[in-house]
Write a protein that binds this ligand. Structure first.
Ligand code: VGL
Ligand code: ZN
Length: 201
């Protein structure tokens, strides 16, 4: 059994959003077209309280993309984004949600960031995604969405650690930083994941 994971296709990651990913909207038609190939489709949603510790606005004298530590981990500071209940946190209406069986929210704890759809960045708490997929008999996951170098890649790495055969669908994602994405793709292949194109599915 295979599952499609649609990571964080939310307005704040699309052009015009608070943390816009260049060409982020280009992933939408690719993801919608892929959906028909999958018996199980799951989405994730970055869902921060307004005082989230990953926001530069919470740290005096810091600006977005500065570095700090949060909960003992290295942390990039972001513009305020995906604030619970705000428009920017909504999953883009152009993503076809009819066949999406569940949405896993992450990033709720103000004290720690959560890039992966499976665990927070300290691997302290699970979102429940791994057990959910295993309970459905999923063996292979295909990871899509935004941003390629952060939440998509961290989700893929955790999927590998959780024992799933893992494919990152390159044309169904876009990165914030292309160089960062190149090194994340190398980490994924080194751990046994695959980088594929949607036409390979
Ligand atoms: C993301 C940075 C901060 C993502 C979420 O979805 O890739 N990136 N929060
Ligand atoms: Zn976030």
């Amino acid at each position: 059994m295979k599952a499609l994971l649609i990571v964080d296709v939310q307005y704040d990651f699309l052009p015009g959003g608070a943390l816009a990913v260049p060409d982020g909207d280009k992933v939408i038609p690719v993801i919608n077209k892929l959906q028909k190939e999958f018996p199980l489709i799951v989405a994730t949603q970055d869902w921060h309280p307004e005082n989230h510790g990953s926001f530069a606005s919470m740290h005096e004298g810091k600006k977005p993309f500065d570095k700090t530590t949060l909960g003992g981990l290295d942390q990039i500071l972001w513009p305020d984004h995906c604030v619970q209940g705000q428009k920017g946190a909504e999953i883009a209406k152009d993503i076809d949600m009819k066949a999406v069986e569940a949405v896993f929210r992450k990033g709720l704890d103000p004290e720690i960031d959560s890039y992966s759809g499976f665990f927070d960045n300290g691997k302290k708490k699970t979102t429940g995604l791994s057990d959910y997929l295993k309970g459905k008999g999923v063996k292979t996951v295909y990871v899509t969405g935004l941003a390629g170098d952060f939440c998509v890649s961290f989700t893929a790495l955790d999927a590998i650690s959780e024992g799933f055969e893992t494919c990152l669908v390159e044309d169904a994602t876009r990165p914030i930083d292309p160089d960062g994405f190149e090194s994340m793709k190398k980490s994924i292949t080194k751990k046994g994941g695959k980088i594929i194109q949607s036409e390979d599915i």
